[in-house]
Design a protein around this ligand. Sequence first.
Ligand SMILES: [Zn+2]
Length: 380
Amino acid sequence: MEDNWIPGFPPGTFNSILPIPAETSVQFLLAKSLVTWDENLVRSFFADPIAEQILQVPISRFGGDDFLSWPHDKLGTYSVKSGYNLTRSENFFSSTSEKGKGLASNIQVQEKEWKALWSVNCPNKMKIVLWRFVHDCLPTGFQLVRCHIPAEDGCFFCNRTERVEHLFLLCPFARSVWKGVKEEFSVRLCRKDMVNGRQWMFDFLAHASKLQATVVAITLWHIWEARNEHCSKPKPSPRRESSSSTLIWTPPPAGVVAVNVDAALFPSIRRMGMGFVARNHLGKCMFAGNEQLQGFSEPELAEALAIRRALEVCRSEGCLSIVLASDCLSMVNKIKSTAQDRSRVGTVISDIKSLPSGFTRCSFLHVRRGMNVAAHKLAC
Ligand SMILES: [Zn+2]
C-alpha cells in the first residue's frame, strides 16, 4: 500500500477511510476470483475519487509479476525523451516544486513561449491557426472522432491518423510543401525529436529568426487551407480507399470464424460499451454480444477490454479458429508487438496475447471503420 499504485494519487497525499496496515498488499482489495476488484471493499476503504481511479485499473485474468510502470510514456517505459517532455509540462513544476517555488519560473517560461507565438509577424488568421495548432484544437479527423463526431480519422492525403502533428509536419503532402520552403528559406524543422505539436512549435519559435517564424506560420496556414479545400470537394468514392481496399465485409476461409470487435465510450456518463459479432465463411452470424462497463474512459483501454471479452466468449462458444478484426490500429499493433507494454493497457494486452494459446488459429487484423459497423452498432 506504500507503493505508488493509484494513478493520480501518490502515497502520502491521501488517507484511507479505514486504517490499512502499511505492509498490506493490493490483492487484499480483489474479489475472491482475483480477476476483478471487490468494488464494495474498495469503496469502503477509499473516498469516491480514489475508489473510481482504483476501479479503472484493469486486472489481469492470468496474474503475472508486478512491474514498474512509467506513466508518462505510451508503453509505460522510461525514456529520456518522455522525461524531458515531463519537465516541460506545467504539472511537473507545480507538483515537484517545494511549496510551489518552481511555479513562478515555469509561468515565466510559458509567458515567453506564448509571447513568441503572438509576436510572429503574420496576419491574425494565421496566428489563430498557430494558436489552435499548439492547443491541439483544430477539427482534424482525430479530434472529431475523439469528440464522438461522426467522421473518419484518416488523413485526406494518405489515410494515416489525422493528428495535427501528422497533418502539418509528417504527412507526405506536408513534407512535399516543407521541402520547397526549407530550400528557399533555410528553415530547419527538427521533426525527429518532436514529442508533440505544442513542444515542437515552442522549441522552433525559440530558435527561429523573425523571417523563419513568419514563413512557418504562413506555411502552416496554407497546409490547413489546402486540406480544407481538398476535403470539401465531392468525392466519387470513399476517400483514400485504393481499388484493392474494400468497404465490403470479406468472409473468412471455411472453418474459420471472423470476429469483429469494437468499443464505444460515453464520457458524460463515464461508461464504455463493447460489441462483437462472429460470422462464418458464409457470412452467417454464429453469435454476437454487447456489454457495458462503468467507469472506463480511455479509448485504447476500452478497445483492449472489448477484444479480451470477445476472445473469452469465442472460447466459451467453442470457436477456436478465428480471425479477430478491430478498427483500432494502435491496439492491433500493440497486440502484434513483442515489446513489453508496461502501461495500464499492458495488463489487458498481456491477457489478449495469452488467450490464443487455447485456440487452433487466432490472428488479429486491422480493418477500416466502415467494415466494422456491426460491432460498432452493438457497442453503442
Ligand atoms: Zn497524411
